[in-house]
Design a protein around this ligand. Structure first.
Ligand code: APR
Length: 231
């Protein structure tokens, strides 16, 4: 097996206790995404947006990586530089299980960003609209999260990795949000094998060459063991 590109979504962190977005009881059934995950919502009510991400930051800090994160860390460790991990998740559970170089295309809860000067720094546990940017001293501090209507990060690197992949694997993502939902078609178009690992078929399920369905903590370690042998 040569270069593997893996895309993860909220489903890989579900069994760590972090909610997904579109499942029953998902975050977008409880919150209006237009109010908490768009630049317009932030302009209307920054307190509400900070409150939403402060709560998610707290949940994230108390969550622990699960067996699926650990299996991907093992795959990366044993398969050296031939594994690229792209995540739509803003948690740090991949890193806390030992994975390095993760591409956080939708940003990270641990990051703060100044909307005025683009300076980035480590977010405090609680952010507020009164926080000053340590670089320009203005109060335009926001979570370093890619909101709806904004361009995901590191797309050039992602497309480069996809064009060199022998296998593309999507784990725990519903396939509703582009550009990530389009990666399987990109991979397919250049003859790359594609595999879906998910609790249930995603919106793009028909595009994958093969699939395994079940909880991430079962199917991801099993798939990694098929490649590397049992740990
Ligand atoms: N194991 C594996 N998959 C699971 C599990 C589990 N235990 N639990 C849920 N899933 C699957 C669901 O079946 C679904 O396909 O995870 C997926 C979660 O889908 P979404 O909630 O839509 O999350 P995701 O695809 O990551 O969302 C993409 O949408 O709102 C934005 O920016 C946000 O990054 C997010 C993006």
């Amino acid at each position: 097996m040569n270069h593997i590109v893996i895309l993860t979504g909220a489903g890989i962190s579900a069994e760590s206790g972090l909610g997904t977005f579109r499942d029953k009881d998902g975050l977008w059934t409880k919150y209006d995404l237009n109010e908490v995950a768009t630049p317009e919502g932030f302009a209307r009510n920054p307190d509400l947006v900070h409150e939403f991400y402060n709560a998610r930051r707290t949940n994230c800090r108390s969550a622990q990586p699960n067996a699926a994160h650990a299996a991907l860390a093992r795959l990366q460790a044993e398969h050296s530089d031939r594994v690229t991990i792209i995540t739509q998740n803003v948690d740090d559970l991949h890193e806390r299980s030992g994975t390095t170089g993760v591409i956080h295309m939708h940003g990270e809860l641990s990051g703060a960003l100044c909307a005025a000067c683009d300076h980035r720094w480590t977010a405090p546990q609680e952010m507020s609209p009164n926080d000053l940017c340590p670089s320009c001293n203005r109060t335009a501090t926001r979570p370093d999260i890619v909101w709806f209507g904004e361009m995901p990060y590191r797309m050039d690197e992602i497309y480069q990795a996809l064009s060199n992949a022998d296998l593309f694997v999507a784990i725990g993502t519903s396939g509703n949000i582009y550009p990530a939902a389009g990666f399987v078609a990109e991979a397919h178009a250049v003859g790359t094998k594609t595999l879906e690992l998910n609790l249930e078929p995603s919106t793009t399920a028909g595009t994958f060459d093969s699939a395994h369905f079940g909880p991430a903590t079962e199917i991801v370690p099993r798939w990694v063991s098929e490649i590397l042998g049992a740990p």
